[in-house]
Design a protein around this ligand. Structure first.
Ligand code: SAM
Ligand code: SF4
Length: 371
């Protein structure tokens, strides 16, 4: 896997704003554009047991060496610095696939012990979740997001390059039964593969009380096969769903959430009352065509302990190296603050002609960042 450029020193200023964090910068994980990150995404591993076409190549990636990946103790320390010194209010564990990490349950238990009130959620592909859901709940996991792009065995296997649909469905049910709700499902739509399935995927989720969220495909696949022309946009997703459903904006405040939520009602042909009962909600994460960068509250730590201020950052800041060199909590906090200070204003994906040669796709795939 090509390695991204190492950061450590601030990037040049953007639009005349100073790159170096001034002494009077706001507390916490503030940036030059007035945002403050409070939502931490931490990757537990770069490894995965699926090979989703929009994320990994068929042959997988070269995994990080074990000693390069944060240990349980290092994770707990980094989270403690984020929560106690920098105002992190929410933690999402991700990967790669977090369930492949053998010490997952004990990591969650240690995080819970250190932070009794912190919301801790996890994004997973669901393979093996049926066996671990109860233990994850008992350890203190608050909630879960499971990725599920199709309910058809063949389509699922085409998209993930693995025949594991049954195992994922068992995982979703087990998560709900274990009390890891509200269970959210993430689906990436791919043109000509699972886009037509979107209304039935929604029907399935609504029936079971799961909250489905469609995610626009982003140019973060290791194969670099993404094209603007081929991606399914949020507008198309709304159109696809509107054959069967009426979507109206969820009145709840979005509050920095990446998903725009809609209340869902059934569309009844010829009905005089288009406003039947609300069946549930659906979310659309329109990172490409309707970006929400100006309200972004996320800070990311990769499995090898690098700070990324944005999925599309080309600069990384090594937190784990500093920790292993014996840095104090205060020194770790300051490096984290420096990294976040230079968070880009926006990812730029909304620019026209994204698949033109001047668009530089990040070196890291989604799995190597932690989505
Ligand atoms: N392996 C776990 C999973 O699949 O849920 C966690 C890591 S995965 C990188 C996190 C989320 O990123 C998943 O919901 C996945 O669908 C999404 N994802 C991966 N590649 C993506 C891409 N190129 N564009 C949009 N979402 C993507
Ligand atoms: Fe693995 Fe998740 Fe990437 Fe799929 S999206 S290959 S499950 S990391």
């Amino acid at each position: 896997m090509p390695q991204p450029r190492e950061g450590g020193s601030p990037v040049p200023g953007a639009q005349g704003l100073p790159a170096a964090r001034p002494a009077d910068a706001p507390a916490g994980l503030a940036d030059r554009y007035g945002r403050r990150a409070t939502d931490m995404r931490l990757s537990l591993t770069d490894k995965c047991n699926l090979r989703c076409t929009y994320c990994m190549p068929a042959e997988g990636l070269e995994w990080l060496a074990k000693q390069a990946v944060m240990s349980a103790e290092e994770i707990v320390r980094i989270v403690r610095v984020g929560v106690d010194l920098l105002g992190v209010r929410e933690l999402r564990l991700t990967g790669g696939e977090p369930l492949v990490r053998a010490d997952l349950v004990s990591i969650i238990a240690a995080l819970r012990k250190a932070h009794p009130e912190l919301p801790i959620s996890m994004t997973t592909n669901g393979v093996g979740l049926d066996k671990k859901a109860a233990a994850l709940k008992a350890a203190g996991l608050t909630r879960i997001n499971v990725s599920l792009d199709s309910l058809h065995e063949e389509t699922f296997a085409d998209l993930t390059r693995r025949p594991f649909l049954d195992r994922v469905l068992a995982g979703v049910d087990a998560a709900w039964a274990a009390g890891l709700g509200p269970v959210k499902l993430n689906a990436v739509l791919m043109r000509g593969i699972n886009d037509a399935e979107s209304p039935s995927l929604l029907a399935w989720a609504l029936d079971r009380g799961y909250e489905l969220r469609f995610i626009e495909q982003m140019p973060l696949d290791a194969d670099h096969g993404w094209t603007r022309r081929n991606m399914i946009t949020a507008a198309e997703i709304r159109d696809l769903l509107s054959a069967d459903y009426l979507l109206s904006p969820d009145p709840r405040v979005r509050d920095g959430a990446p998903a725009e939520r809609f209340e869902v009602r059934r569309r009844v042909a010829g009905s005089a009352d288009p406003h039947g009962p609300v069946l549930g909600t659906v979310g659309i994460i329109a990172s490409v065509t309707e970006p929400f960068c100006s309200d972004c509250r996320r800070t990311r730590i990769t499995a090898e302990g690098k700070i990324m201020s944005c999925l599309f950052s080309r600069e990384e800041f090594d937190l784990l190296g500093l920790l292993r060199d014996g840095a104090s909590d205060q020194e770790l906090a300051e490096r984290w603050q420096d990294a976040m200070w230079v968070k880009p204003r926006a990812h730029g994906m909304d620019h026209v002609g994204l698949d033109a040669p001047d668009f530089v796709q990040p070196d890291r795939s989604m799995s190597a960042i932690g989505g």
